[in-house]
Ligand binder design. Sequence first.
Ligand code: GLN
Length: 529
Amino acid sequence: MKYIFITGGVVSSLGKGLTAASLGALLEQRGLRVCLQKFDPYLNVDPGTMSPFQHGEVYVLADGAETDLDLGHYERFTHAKLSRKNSLTSGQIYESVIQKERRGDYLGKTVQVIPHVTNEIKERIASSANGDADVIITEIGGTTGDIEGLPFLEAMRQFVLDIGKENVVFIHVTLVPFLKSSGELKTKPSQQSVARLREIGIQPDILVCRSEKPLDLDLRQKLSLFCNVPVKAVIEEQDVEFSIYELPLVLNKEGLDELVVEKLGLKVGKADMADWEGVVRRLKYPKNRVNIAVVGKYMELQDAYKSVYESLTHAGIANDCGVNVFRVDAEDIEKKGVDEFLQGKDGILVPGGFGNRGIEGKILAAQYAREKKIPYFGICLGMQVAVIEFARHVAQLGKANSLEFDAETPHPVINLMEQQKLVCNKGATMRLGAQHCDILPNSLAFNAYNKDSITERHRHRYEFNNSYQKSFSSLGMRISGVNPESNLVEMIELNDHPWFVGVQFHPEFQSKPQSAHPLFAAFIAAAMK
Ligand code: GLN
């Protein structure tokens, strides 16, 4: 097994996750099996309890792990099979060390960061791959110099001693900022962050330099000299023009995968980039265009609905269609009315969410889509608001609501799930991960999937209240997906509408650029019509 560690310097949000995912894609194109994992230094056990303002999207794996959104990049760019083992936080490390201490596993000893915490981290480095990979790529969250990141870096330094230098590559992703006033790219911040790494005993093998401008030879030589890496190991990663899916091509041209396989002594052929070139070509030159409104409440955040935006892009690729996304704040709809934001749109998507804020705006969006016969795709909360809207305006149950938003509603059309009623702790207690769904023949869902049974990933506490199923069916709502074990409604559709689909699960966690999720692809196809 070979190991690649990716650290970040100077600032956060440098796109380490995308760099890791792209490198994973490149190594796969060279015929290697890769595994990717993320180590996050924060003390939360997982990001499931964090707000999108703090953390962006919470990405859910098939086994129900609530993880960092970088795992979404890993799954979209590679074929790596990820589980909760691939997402490690300081919270998990300390939880495990303290449990062992209480059990008496360290009896007689003083429990310390070195070696107990670092040992725990080292054990996790190799265990995530289950022996199923040739190369493990480990991304360390945060920025060099963060106090909470130190145990991870120390563990990595020790790991090299255990495993041998020839089996490890350190990649440092750094920022080379452009100063407008002097018209220059600046290397000092990178020099300093590499110096911090070297203080700990880690010498990066490769520098991946994020910059707005190309790095000329002089600058590469300077970085090489001060950061102690060969000139050819100074890799330029300029901001991509169209899409993140250009990144594997950019890094391949810069020779990143070649450097990695050379350093690791892996005898493999060149990467075949035809697949990725095809993806980028279709993105750049679409034959059609549609305008899709996404109605949510974190519209100013790039990352809050990351997988939804990516899945729309994939669906565009599948349909040879450019997708213009209009981010609509549900609270703006509440204030200014729906027309201003949704008129003329080819499709409306309401993604998942929690809490009261913006709910009435989302309900208005679902009503607009139903009445104006605009393709509607409701995901999780987006399905629940469509049900509330239908109850209020078609079934004439005026005060219908979800118990999440109105505990006193006379018509709780969205109910707290039975198994949730006894739940007290908030962490990792939702209905999570992959669950089965049987699909109704001749439904929109069936046409999309072309299957009568599927599995999709979940993250919710509330559900469609089955006591309304009969009356809603008689009024034109179709239940097109049901969980066979619990009878829980997984999908709804409307009879008298070109394409109106609500799903209780999160299809956005199973879409890839080369294989768009069937429901997203069908939604965009409907929007094109
Ligand atoms: N808040 C809703 C629930 O808990 C929807 C969750 C979601 O959209 N992920 O059921």
